[in-house]
Every structure is written in C-alpha cells, then in structure tokens.
Unconditional design. Sequence first.
Lengths: 344, 504
Amino acid sequence: MNKEKGFAKYIRDITQDAQMVRLFVIMVAAFVIMGIASGSKFLSLSNFQSMARTFPEVGILAIAVSLAMLLGGINLSVVGIANLSGIFCCKFIIATQEKIGMWPAIFIGLAIAMVVGALCGLLNGFLIAYVGIPAMLATLGSQEIFTGLGVGVTKGAAVFGTPSEFTFFGGAYIFGVIPMSLIVFVVVVVIFTILLQRKQYGMELYLVGTNAKAARFSGIKNERVILKTHVYGGILSAIAGIIIASGTNSAKASYGSSYVLRCLIVAILGGINPSGGFGKITGVVMAVLTIQFLSSGFGILRVDSYFQTFVWGAVLVGDMILNHYMDKLAENRKKKKAEKETAS
Amino acid sequence: MAGKTLIKLDGISISFGGVHALQDVDLEILEGQTLCLAGENGGGKSTLIKIISGFYRPDRGTIEIDGKQYSHFTPKQAIDLGIQVIYQDFAIFPNLTVAENIALSAERLDGRKTVNWKNVKRRAQEALDMINVRMDLDATLADLPVASKQLVAICRSLLQNARLLIMDEPTTALTKNEVNSLFKVVRDLQKKGIAVVFVSHKLDEVYEIAEQLVILRNGKKVIEGPIREFDRKRFIYYMTGREIESETFEAKNIGSEPVLEVRNIGIKDLFADISFKLYAGEVLGITGLLGSGRSELARSLFNLEKIDTGQVFLEGKELKLKSVKDAINAGIAYVPEDRLTEGLFMPQTISRNMISAVIERNLNKAGLIDTNGVRERSMEWVKELKVKTPSTELPAQALSGGNQQKVVLAKWLSTKPKVLILNSPTVGIDVGAKADIYAYTRMLAEQGIGVIIISDDLPEILDNCNRALIMKRGRLAGEFQTSEMDETRLADILAEANDKGGAA
C-alpha cells in the first residue's frame, strides 16, 4: 500500500480530484488570458502586490461562508461580523491608546475583535443548532443585528483616529514585498485545511453536513459541531474585519456590502456543495484567485464594473456547465472502455 | 389464462460505467400473465424494468411489441404502447386529491388546453370501479395510508390503457391484509387480460401470486419457468447461486451473569414497565407489531430517547447515559432500522462510514486522523464481512442494499460493543447477504457479545434467536424459547395481542 505522508499525500489526493484539476485549469486560464489581454501592467510586481493585498479579505470571508455551507447551511452575516469586530477594535484602540500605550492598545483591540467575532458566531450557532432556525434566516437576521449595532455604535460614520501603526495588519509589506494580509490568509488556509481534512472536527463537519440524522445515530453531537462551525466562522470574519479596518485605517458599519454575494460565488465556484458534506478549502483558494485575476485584469483594461459583475456570474455558470459535460464525458469514456473489454 | 405474446425482449445488454447491468437477456411476457421477476439486489431487475419502460436505452438487443421491432423507445412511446410502471415511491402527487391523481394524466393525454373537472371525477370513479375499490375521490393523497396510494397509482395506469403493469416491490410497506387485497386486484386485472410483472424478493408472496418465474443474477437470466417447478430450495439456489442452509440458532455458551439488565424502564406514552436480562452469548429477539414500542425500546437503550423511569445495568453497573456517545463508549451498539437515513452517509466513502461512530479512536499521536490506518482497518472489515466492493474509497451508495448493511454492521462492530442491538437488520436485503449477516451475528454471540434482534419478520426471530420477548402496546406480553415455538402459533399470539389492544 502506498504510504505517502502529509503534504505530498495531500497534493496527490488533490491531483486525483477531477474538480480540483478543473478549477486549477480555470484559474490558470484566467491568469493567462488576463496576462495576454492587459500585458505588462497585469504581470507587473505592483499589480501582484495589489492583488495579494486585496483578495485575502474576500478569501477569508469565503472560507467562513464555506464552513457554514459544508453543514448544508449558509452564513449571510460574515460582513456584518467583520465590520462590527472592526468597529469595536478601532474604538477600543482610540479610547485607550493614550492610557495604556499604543501597542498594548492595538493588541488588546485585536483580541477584542476576535472575541466579538466569536460571540457573533456563537449567536448564529445558537439560533441554528438550539433554536432550530434555518441557517439562511438566522444569519440574514443576525446580519441586520450586527450591522444595526455597528451603525448604532458609530452613528453611521466611519471611525477614524487609529494610529498609523495599526495599518501593519492590512497594509504592511513584509521585507517590503509580501503583503501582511497574504501571510494571514496563508496561515488561515493551512490551519483550516488541516482542521477539515485531518481533525475529528472536520470529519464530523462533513458527516453532519451529509446526513444530520445518521450523524446523531453515530454519537456525533450535532449541536456542538454546528456551534463550533459558526464560532470559527465568526472568528474568521473578525480576522477579515481586522484586515479591512487595518487596510483603510478606519472602520465603518457599511464597508464591503458587496462582499456577501462575492463570497457565495467564490465558495460555489470553489466546489463547496451548497447542500452540504462536500468541498475543500483548496478549491475556495483557487476560486478566489480566479476571481481576483479577472477583477484586476478588467480594472487594468478599464472595463466597467457592471461588466465585471457579469463576468463573475458568467464564470460561475460556465464552471457548472463545464462540470456537467466533464462528468458526462467521464461516464462515456468508462462505458467505451468496458465495451472494449467485453469485445476482447 | 395466458394468451398470445405481448412483448418480447431479445438479447438485451446494457452497461453503466464499466459494469454490465444486463447481459444478453431474453424475456417474453404473454397477455394476462403474472410474471415474477426475482433476483438479489444488483441482479438487474430495476434496470430491466427501466428498459421496458423506455427510461434506459439498451446498448444492444431488440424489443418487439405487436409484431413491431424497436431498438429502444422513449418513455412516452412506452406509455402509448400500454406499458405502465408503478415504482416503490408511486410517483403520486401528495397534495392533490384521489380524483386528480387518478385522472389528470389521462386528461392531459386528451390534449385539450383546459381541464374538465366533471370528467376528471367520472373517469376516476370508472377506474376505481374497474378494480372494485371504493375510495373518497376528494380525499387528499397525503392523508391516505400507503396501500391506498398504491391503488391510486394502479388506477391511474389503468386509465392510460395499460396492457402491461410492472410493480416494483409493491408490498414492502403493506400489512398482510393490504397485501391480500392488492393480490385480489392483481387477479382481477389478469382476468381483463392485463399482464402484470411483479418484482419481489419475498418468497411467500411470489408463490402466492405468480405464474411464471424469471430469475436474474449478476445481469444475466439464470432460469425461467412456471412457478410450480420451483420449490423453495431451488428458488433460493438460483437466486443466490449457492445452497443456503437455514439452521436454527442454539446458544452454546451462555454466560452466568447478564451483560445487560433492564429494570422497569418506561417512557411516557411509548412503553412502560419493561424488564429483561440479556446474557453474554445469547441472541435475544424482541418482536411485536408496528407501534408496539419495540423500536422505541431499542432506541432508548442507546439513549436516542431518554427513559423516564427505571434502570439499565451493563455488566452489573448501572448506566447513567447522557448522550449517544456515552452509550457507544459504554459498549452498546445500535444498528438502526433505516440504513439509508439513519445508518449511512450515502455519498461518503465506505471507510468514512465505517469509522463514523468512533472517529476519536482513529487519531494518531498528533491528534490527526490516521488516514492510512483507517484505510487498512476498513479493508480488513471489507474482507471479514465479505463486502463486495473493489475499494473502501467508493461512496456507500455505490453498493447494493446487502453490502450497505454490512458496512453499517462494520461501523458498529468497530466500536467493540458488548451489546449489539439490530433493529430489522435484513429489511430489503437479498437472501445471500441475509445469510451472511445471520452467520455473522451467530459468531458474535459465540464470542460472548450479547445480541438483540428486533424484528417483525417471524422466521428471522425463530431461526436466529434462542429466546424472544413479545411486545404489545408498549408492554412486555410474553417470553418464549424459540425452540418451543412455531411460526403459526407466534403469528396467532401477535394477532391476538393486537385484537385485545384494539378492543381495550
């Protein structure tokens, strides 16, 4: 038996997964097309840096949405959580930086953002697992609650006045080249890939998402898995919220309102099955990169932003059509092979 | 009774994804004939039906109807030719009335743009008269029992001028009385010259209703002939391809101390005052009619339902269970009644299914899932239980019913139980897999595991348990040694229990 270990084995499994290979092809195609169409500007270091600064926000939020989708649910409140966490973080830093010093204020502020995110996730998880509200309705409602709270705290205005050092988490370049937000994204991806593929929690998440009843009969504590998933989703949203707040050095209840739909598109394009139980973080990463290549390319080509929305939709629908025909092709190939075997 | 040829299949072959579902199958059905299509799951029965009904297009072979040859036909053509299939789920509209369900598709065939509601009721009544059944035309289908839904489906197909009626396992969800009235309807249809193809693996019913028997195995027709030429042994032999010995279980080494003891347990409105002991090495049966509380009792032992009163002892120690996980860790395993919704994660891999009850026992030192170990252990279970699959990484839904049930069994045995509770373990499973599962439970009992089989399949209880309890309306109504009981008497006791229950 083949006994590869760790990363090598993971890569081998991915290359055997037709869906992942397909996503990889789409991603490379998007890159090549944009590289040819918009030429040297697209392939420049500054464009790469700008892309690498931008996509982690959506990428992390899309992972949060994907977790909820693996349960067969959804999370429409990720942007609300991100903004609320960002607001609390900034407010705290502004209020305390003179009393306790700037860096302590920043770090406690970050911790507060995470705690706010976790609490928001806890509310979502509680509504879904224990009150029994469908995820779509629960998170639609909580999105309004979180945004409303944010507006209430800020009176609708942006929160300014955080020290420039706060921009380190969303705006700094490590060694002057690699954006900090990209590093955060990579860390998140590694942690959640391991969590989903190799930890007990991940296996339980997939099983509950596949068949909640059978999971209960197998001794899995469904409510706890749901609660945990939404707490993770809340923390991830808070991390995205920190990156957004840090990138703009401000926080506002209405930032990123277009992100929710974009996260959904990324998750579905990334192969997360909306009815639960199937999908990988790796797919989500490739999907968010694909969308980013297209966005940047179109930006350089000065394409109307309405047209960009159209293209995202077209890519999503196109991927599903491709899925359908590739599956058919595979079926036919098997059939032909079988016929040959019979004939010989 | 049978007349001239209605439909003739010649050399039908079809394969899916490299698997030959049917190979070179010939079949002739006569007018007014009742033909039984038998075979184990995965034998090709469903595929054959779907070819006759135009759902699949065969790779090779021809179909001849009314002297005309077809290489295949569309579902619409099949309906026009008078071929009607009643699937297990009946394909009815639960939110419509009886009349609408029966007559709307025939109305649609008339090709008018609007519905004539008077006509709908008249036609529905005519169809019901044809099979001598009375039913409220305005009742909503969702409110009716399964048997009535089935009759509605039959009526609908009659209105579409059925000449050949195919019924896919029509008796699965019916009571004995309902089966009898269904058979009466089938005989009436036969007198009208309508041919009926009956798919079943319940031997008794096949003997009762069929004239002609066709057995499929691994996609090939293995034998065909009048039913009177087949005794049970020959029937089973052709179905499974092997001789199956059915030998009554005798508990050889019964332990001196009970492994499980139940004292006066009850759940409000479900069952009350249940006490029994289960010794290691025993196979204890629990039987009773539907609604007698037998399933609820089993679920409560596994903590899926919380008991209100009473105590449960495992190996002399009282169990205080808070969750299903506690029950599993204490050494109780429960193979549920419905493997599709309760037992398995159908689209997930066989190996994932097998470890799903004890994921935490499959971690390595770093706290990560030991994927290689999981694969190896799953492969061992596949060999041990003779699961027919090329790989443990296939989804469970790729397997036949019997093999799926073996996966469920493996899942629960890998929890290393002291008490194994099997609820209706062989429903919808073919004879071969049944025998494997029975043989395995016997072996487990001999190894000192306490086994409980809950079932309303009386031969199953009598052949495989050494002792059995009878449940009636939520209470224990009797206990017997299976060696001192026979099927007729047991059936009488159960029926009697029911009558008394009804009178009370």
